[in-house]
Every structure is written in C-alpha cells, then in structure tokens.
Design a protein around this ligand. Structure first.
Ligand SMILES: Nc1nc2c(ncn2[C@@H]2O[C@H](COP(=O)(O)OP(=O)(O)OP(=O)(O)O)[C@@H](O)[C@H]2O)c(=O)[nH]1
Ligand SMILES: [Mg+2]
Length: 222
C-alpha cells in the first residue's frame, strides 16, 4: 500500500479549541494567565489579594477550575470581580473547550486580564494548552524545595514561579524550604522564568508580582 505524506499536522480537538481561544483573546488584546499548582498552594488566596490590591489599576476576571464545588468562584466574586466556575467532575485538568465556553460567559470586553485557576495538580494541567497568553506556576513552601526538579514540565513552561507561604519560613520554623535551591532548579529548566517569593497571607513580596503583572502583561501581548 502506498502511503501519502500530506505534510500537515492534524490538530487534536483540544489544540483546535486552544487556537480558537488564542485568536479570541488576541483579537480583543486581552492577557490570559493560566495558574497551575498542587492543591492548596494558595492560588485562590493569591488571586483574591491580587484583585483587591490592583482593583483601581486593572480589571481582572477569573475562570475557576475544580473537580467539584463553586467555593473558589464564590471567593473571587466576594472581591467584586466576575468569576465563572467550571467543575471537571473528576478530570485532573481544564480543557480548551471548557475555556471557550467560559470566555463566552465572562464580560471579556470589560476586562484587562483573565486568570484561569486550573484544577489543583502539578502534572496533568501542564500538558493541555488552553490558548492562554502564559502559564504561572505556584509552589508553596510546605510542599518542599525539590518540586521543580521532580516535576519539571510545568516549571519549564511557565513565565513566572510564585513561591507562596514564605511567612512560614524563618527562625524556629518547622518548614525547611530553601528558596535559592528552588529558584536555581527552576532556572536550570527555564532560564527566563521570573521567580517571586510571596506571602498571599501577609502581603510580603506581592508588590514585585504586581509590578510584573502591570508591566509585563502588555509586553507578553506584543
Ligand atoms: N500561611 C499561609 N497560608 C496561606 C497562604 N496563602 C494561602 N494560604 C492558606 O492555604 C490554604 C489553601 O489556600 P487556597 O487559596 O485555597 O489554595 P488553592 O491553591 O486555591 O487550593 P485548591 O484550589 O484547592 O487547589 C488556605 O488555608 C489558605 O488560607 C500564605 O501565603 N501563607
Ligand atoms: Mg483554589
């Protein structure tokens, strides 16, 4: 049998939707950041504080992904920002088709920036493009400083690493996280990754993250 190489990549259904989302966002000049981490690293806490602290400077909307409940969307709505909850009913990541639906239900034209809070999981979400402008990975200090080395894919693909819960570090702490080790391992995988140690609880370090958001969001688009 003769094989014919058509020389054309056949896109998966997810890739087709990701392309559609990317075009939708680019046409409207909107930045969309896909936040990925293990469960409980502090994603919703970071987003709530970021929205509240930047409310006079930038309009933010959020797409929340969880296996069950609308708890996180309710926390975001409590800040006054629009939020859409997606329940994946067991799936360990969001899909681009789900983001397509959510984008049509958010007041996108009134927003500057859209965050996607992916399902809490450091592995699966990194393999599914959603059409986002960039990925942001969050690692909290109780998880351990070896995570960039052990789970490299998401650290290799992200523009920013937020090292959260640094309020738990210091003299007498029960948490032995070496920020410099995590930073060095992440940079080995991704030399341009921006690393911001923060506490979403106390606000420590958040100003550097806000500066990056405000200054770089526009650059990402260009
Ligand atoms: N000490 C401390 N606790 C924090 C910080 N940020 C978040 N937390 C706590 O960590 C727990 C989890 O925070 P969430 O914001 O719900 O984490 P999440 O990543 O959104 O969790 P999932 O959506 O379930 O994956 C909560 O009890 C927060 O109060 C921080 O900077 N320091
Ligand atoms: Mg959350």
């Amino acid at each position: 049998m003769q094989k014919v190489d058509v020389g054309k990549k056949i896109l998966s259904a997810n890739e087709r939707y990701a392309l559609k989302n990317r075009q939708f966002l680019a046409e409207r000049e909107k930045v969309c950041l896909n936040m990925i981490s293990s469960p409980g690293s502090g994603k919703t806490t970071i987003l709530s504080r970021t929205i509240s602290d930047l409310k006079d400077k930038i309009k933010i909307g959020v797409i929340e992904g969880d296996i069950q409940t609308d708890l996180d969307a309710e926390r975001i709505k409590a800040t006054g920002a629009p939020a859409i909850q997606i329940n994946t009913a067991g799936a360990c990541h969001l899909s681009a088709a789900q983001i397509d639906t959510a984008l049509r239900n958010l007041p996108v034209d009134d927003l500057d920036l859209i965050f996607i809070e992916n399902v809490g999981n450091l592995v699966c979400p990194s393999a599914f493009e959603l059409g986002e402008t960039a990925k942001i990975v969050v690692l909290s200090v109780p998880e351990g400083d070896d995570k960039p080395a052990k789970y490299p894919a998401i650290f290799a693909k992200s523009k920013v690493l937020l090292i959260n819960k640094i309020d738990l570090l210091g003299a007498g702490s029960h948490v032995d996280f070496d920020v410099e080790r995590a930073r060095a391992d992440a940079r080995r995988l991704n030399k341009s990754i921006e690393v911001f140690p923060i506490s979403a609880k106390t606000g420590k370090g958040m100003h550097s993250w806000y500066n990056w958001l405000l200054e770089s969001a526009e650059d990402i688009l260009s």
